[in-house]
Ligand binder design. Structure first.
Ligand SMILES: Cc1cc2nc3c(=O)[nH]c(=O)nc-3n(C[C@H](O)[C@H](O)[C@H](O)COP(=O)(O)O)c2cc1C
Length: 269
């Protein structure tokens, strides 16, 4: 366990895109993860969150199969990139100007000439016909299957009532619980990544619910993969950086939204 300040943990916290070490996450650390989550604030201390710690290889591979398949489907359909295209950046300069989004800084050689057009519908069709979506889907399946721990986050449906403020409170509380886990991972030498592709396809998400045997009383909010970070982990075939952050002046106002907060001489955060 590393002893790091909270501020350092904020600065170091990252999403892990690559493979984890294969060693299992100790039960002590799994329980610390749940404790950290439970220490998050919630409306009226309702603690609406529930978690499934998944270390069973069979259940992990069933979820991995859904993750891999949905990644391929989303790439083939093009909907994922259409929806999120505005967040993709392809040069360090663009990243520096915008200071948000994800910078695709690693692409397989044959795709590099298409870097600017890579998210266009025609190139996505071409990639699909060349089997790129299949390769990436399979990569994603292996990434999930090889993760020693999956974590499902659910909320109590008695509290989570879509259309009412209580649903927003639940989502906010669960988000804070997840951030506690994310920061604790930093201290434990672990990494974490959201497995989002099944959520993008309702039937696939229903399948995940079935695999995890989520009862009707709970809403499945998110699934993550976790593990100990490898010191020199190989980067995935397609990878990105997203450690850039907007400046204070791009984020904050003083007293009213009419006055932009100026940047300090040296931007600390
Ligand atoms: C609501 C939400 C959805 C996200 N979806 C994904 C995702 O589908 N896949 C992924 O790898 N990371 C996902 N992330 C992580 C973000 O991409 C990441 O936090 C952001 O790019 C900043 O990078 P960092 O976490 O390394 O600082 C998500 C984060 C949030 C809060």
């Amino acid at each position: 366990m590393k002893n790091i300040s909270l501020l350092q943990a904020f600065r170091d916290r990252r999403t892990t895109n690559g493979h984890f070490d294969t060693r299992p996450v100790s039960l002590e650390h799994q329980h610390l993860i749940i404790e950290a989550a439970s220490r998050a604030p919630s409306h009226f201390n309702s603690q609406p969150w529930r978690f499934v710690l998944v270390d069973d290889p069979d259940i992990r591979s069933r979820i991995a199969a859904i993750g891999g398949r949905t990644m391929q489907q989303l790439m083939d359909r093009g909907t994922f990139f259409q929806r999120y295209r505005k967040y993709f950046r392809f040069s360090a300069q663009e990243m520096d100007e915008r200071r948000d989004g994800i910078f695709i800084d690693k692409l397989p050689g044959p795709l590099k000439p298409f870097i600017k057009q890579v998210m266009s519908d025609s190139v996505l069709k071409l990639m699909s016909s060349l089997g790129v979506s299949k390769i990436l889907g399979e990569d994603n399946r292996k990434l999930i299957e090889g993760s020693p721990l999956l974590l499902a986050v659910m909320v109590d449906r008695e509290e989570y009532r879509p259309g009412e403020l209580s649903a927003f409170y639940c989502t906010l509380s669960a988000g804070m619980a997840i951030e506690h886990i994310w920061l604790l991972c930093e201290e434990l030498g672990m990494g974490i990544q959201f497995i989002s592709t099944p959520m993008e396809i309702p039937e696939a998400w229903a399948e995940v619910r079935d695999v995890l045997r989520v009862p009707d009383s709970l809403e499945l909010l998110a699934v993550y993969r976790l593990g100990y970070r490898k010191p020199e982990a190989e980067r995935p075939k397609i990878d990105w950086q997203s450690n850039q952050r907007k400046r204070i002046s791009q984020l904050a106002f003083r007293n009213t939204c009419d006055v932009v907060e100026p940047d300090p001489p040296s931007n600390l955060l």
